[in-house]
Design a protein. Sequence first.
Length: 209
Amino acid sequence: MAESMLREFALALARVGAIKFGSFKLTSGRLSPYYLDLRVLPGDPQAFKLCIEIYGRMAGNFGLEGFDLLVGVPTAGMVFASALAYHLGKPMAYVRREVKDWGLGRTVEGKIARGDRALLVDDLVTTGKSLLEAAEALREVGVEVLGALVLIDREEGGRENLSRHGLKLYSYVGVTRLFEILRVEGLLDEAKYREVLDYVRRQSLALKS
């Protein structure tokens, strides 16, 4: 990966407030010393453009003829998938978080066909639960899932979990590398750097035990 682009991405996260340090309660109930909110990125045109360029490079590894459509994972992934689909000139679909009991009752919205090859798009991965649910919904309607594209891997078991279920993860950067860049740039002091690094390592060890 180009170091200049990676540095620009890390600085953009800090500039728009997409990465915060403190004490945050996660959906699991666990307390984390940092929080990622990539949903604020589309609100900054410069940062959003950079993100779509990054996604485009990852998707380019498949070649434009290597996949048929992009599928957004609710909810943040849908925004990125939509812009990326426009950027690449590819169809886009999305997976519903909840199936409605009216209308067509679809789990996947968009023009899809059996045998289509799809790339999932989400903002980040923690445990991989949302990506696995999206992949399962697509497989149930006959769509082949080639992999999942995310900007950030929180390094908390998501990659391994997806791999166990036959889903390849393509992430732009892991959080430990992000922390390192922010520390070098003077945006993260040494004490906080060590705290967040220790947190990530403890989560990783807990998954292996």
